[in-house]
Design a protein around this ligand. Sequence first.
Ligand SMILES: [Fe+2]
Length: 508
Amino acid sequence: MITRRALLAGGVGLGMSAALGITPARAAARRAPLSDPFQLGVASGEPTPDGVVLWTRLAVDPVALDGRGGMPDRPVPVQWQLAADENFRTVVRRGTATARPESAHSVHVELEGLEPGAEYFYRFKAGAELSPAGRTLTAPAPGTRSRALNLSFTSCADYQTGWFTAYRRMAEDQPDLIAFLGDYIYEYGAYDHPVRDQAGGECLDLAGYRLRHAQHKADPDLRLAHAVAPWAVVWDDHDVENAWAGDRPSLARRAAAFQAYYENMPLRRAQKPHGAALRLHRSIRWGRVANLHLLDTRQYRDPYACTGGSGTVGPGCVQRFEPSRTILGQEQETWLDGELRRSEATWDLLGQQVFLMEMDWTNGEGRGYSNEGWDGYVASRDRLTAAIDAYKRNAVVLTGDVHSHWAGEVKRDHQDPESKPVAVELVTTSVTSAGDGMDVYPDTADLLRENPHVTFCNGRRGYVRTRITEREMRVDFRSLPCVTEPGAPARTSGSFVIEPGSPTLNPA
Ligand SMILES: [Fe+2]
């Protein structure tokens, strides 16, 4: 296993021209017209027991304002290789894909027929230029007793707000799978005093979203995180527009954001958008250990209750209890119910965007519930907790959105004080959003006291690292002292163990 040291040193891929049978003279001659087209790095995702998606997107100028990455308006052939070893001595698959201008010169190679539970290495070549190498994994065979799943997850990476150090620290753990839970980009225009300058203004059209994605992908910390492990991604609001719901934003803006999202993520063809529709909900299975159900709480949700806005509402807002209201949409609810009913894995992980457990965000007198979370769609939550309970699933909810770490217990019925917990919820902080933060905010102790089912909070940036076996799930909340300066170390601010059959957080 190279991977970690060589990938971290950026050394993989050096001297590969010779390995591919290209003489130095020809390589030099071909190099001239096209400078490095692999500045956006490489990625993989969507592992199955016999396959994975390999991704790259060509760009010689990632911050070209037209979103085209400085690429010519013509198709470019891209060769790819998959090997069993990091030196590419044992190439097990190879082929050629076409990077087309209408797809922002992105490439998605959907592989099948690979070995289950195996580690692979991959790279691309365009002209004479070799990409850096990436490492990826296939999932274990269905139903097999398998080694631990090392899964890390995070959310919310606002480029202007700080350095992507959390991605680098996550990569250094060399997880088996990285789940990203939304706000991979922020659509916003320029801030007054950014930590880092972003190219372009607010993302409003395809060029704008493509540009924002390209600038993110060119970040060395994010490139590293994509190169070390397969990813499973879902979006939240800022991948399209702040707090989007219902009939906003326009179909044209949605379609532009969806297209750029697909182009820039290691997703399968099944996730290719059709205009302003993109099916993002799906499951990734990891042997007998876990099923990761990836949810989309944005695209199909009913409009916000009472106020029509995404803020908090008081106890007087009864609309949030209406049985017909849904945050997943009926089709996705039915699909998820079926996934849980049929699940045979030890753990069912729900990778999604917004707080599932009830949360009173108002300190002291009065109560305030977020319209943006499942609190605004109580009947939807009750149907989900009923399914988890009925099918006796060990459910762990993985959540993003709120730019701080939280952990707590999801009750079967949050309106009933006697109700038992049916799931544990782990909420990851952000990569950068909200800036350096602080370990304990002035209102944290009060919020925890008023929400006794919530047991942990940390207000720094970072990610969550888990190690999941059939016997237990270990959880480390990883926190960085700052993101306004690059290179901060990560420390563990909280550790928990969850055991099958007992949806509670035990101190590690
Ligand atoms: Fe966010």
